[in-house]
Design a protein around this ligand. Structure first.
Ligand code: 13P
Ligand code: SF4
Length: 334
């Protein structure tokens, strides 16, 4: 794509206004400007949008994404967009959710390697076995699951609505899959009996409670510690607020008087919030999701230009229809 020096300079300046808050120099922005210009031009030509999870790097979020947010927000955007193509800069289960909700659209992932330890923890066959073991017990599936698993579940939930939906369900006992940590968190906020499963997020499960104690010792009352509900109980015990990534963002936006936060979640969120709330200080967890970090400007450009067959999401129609039922029930209840 031929672009003038003036256009490149203007694009680098646009990027720099956001990325300077997370340590990028103007020269760094000049290096990526040709890529972001080409991606944004191709999006227009192809009627494509880029949906990005908050854990991907800030050059993607602030350079090329049309929407960035949590699993719930991204799935709503996927269902509502009138774009023909969705480039999903997140992980594969999220792109699958977009395809389940919008089968007529072409949904593309920059990297097939962008998996998720939770989604990998359980298969549709495992859910069928659980249902045989606990006949008649409602199966609630965290959205971090494959289409096969969603198809076997009664209802899906995300970190943003799990507490609310589980409390509203007309059942005393539920099977909650696959996140054991989130099941433990749920036991604190609901009276329901919860049958759990052995899945964990490799990122949140590795957040160390001692890092939280150290932050408390250092800052005392001058820090608010927010944790994702995928964190283990010894982390949850030590924090001030627990929810998903969008819940943390709402908390920060609605507490302008609080100036310093520690985020017990994937470290990329601290970058995103540092750009969006430049008057606050964010201490991250230093733990990165290797799957989310598979997303890069270069593979987004390649996927948009000429996707390889394995980058295009396909789901057998029978499974898609059943999985959509579980997602639709979630939307009805939230
Ligand atoms: P959120 O929906 O809270 O953004 O979480 C997604 C995820 O993968 C957390 O690890
Ligand atoms: Fe999966 Fe954890 Fe990565 Fe989220 S952070 S995508 S739950 S592995």
């Amino acid at each position: 794509m031929a672009v003038s020096e003036t256009e490149l300079h203007k694009e680098a300046e646009r990027l720099y206004q956001n990325l300077k808050n997370v340590g990028w120099t103007f020269e760094d922005c000049e290096i990526i400007a040709p890529l972001t210009l080409e991606i944004n031009q191709l999006k227009k030509e192809k009627n494509a949008i880029i949906l990005a999870h908050s854990y991907v790097t800030p050059d993607i979020i602030f350079g090329v994404a049309d929407y960035s947010g949590d699993s719930l927000g991204l799935s709503k955007q996927a269902a509502e967009t009138d774009a023909d193509i969705i480039i999903f800069s997140g992980v594969v289960f999220m792109a699958e959710t977009a395809k389940i909700l919008s089968p007529e659209k072409t949904v593309i992932v920059p990297s097939r390697e962008a998996g998720c330890s939770l989604a990998d923890a359980i298969t549709g066959e495992d859910v069928r076995k659980l249902k045989e073991q606990f006949p008649g017990v409602l199966v609630v599936a965290y959205v971090n699951t494959t289409a096969d698993v969603k198809a076997e579940a009664d209802i899906c939930v995300t970190s943003a609505n799990v507490e609310d939906i589980v409390n509203k369900l007309d059942a005393e006992r539920i099977i909650f899959i696959p996140d054991k940590n989130m099941a433990n968190y749920l036991r604190r906020v609901t009276d329901k009996e919860i049958i759990d499963y052995e899945g964990t997020c490799i990122v949140h499960d590795n957040i160390n409670p001692s890092s939280i104690e150290l932050a408390r010792e250092r800052y005392g009352q001058d820090i608010v510690i927010l944790a994702h509900s995928e964190c283990p109980p010894d982390v949850i015990d030590r924090v001030d607020f627990v929810e998903g990534t969008s819940g943390m963002r709402k908390y920060i936006a609605s507490h302008p008087e609080k100036k310093r936060f520690m985020l017990a979640t994937e470290c990329g969120l601290a970058d995103r919030f540092s750009v969006e709330f430049p008057d606050r200080e964010f201490i991250g967890s230093c733990v990165l999701c290797p799957y989310m970090k598979r997303n890069e400007l270069r593979n987004i450009l390649q996927a948009l230009k000429d996707p390889k067959p394995d980058q295009i999401i396909t789901i057998p129609e029978e499974i898609r229809v059943k999985a959509k039922r579980s997602l639709d029930r979630m939307f009805e209840m939230s």
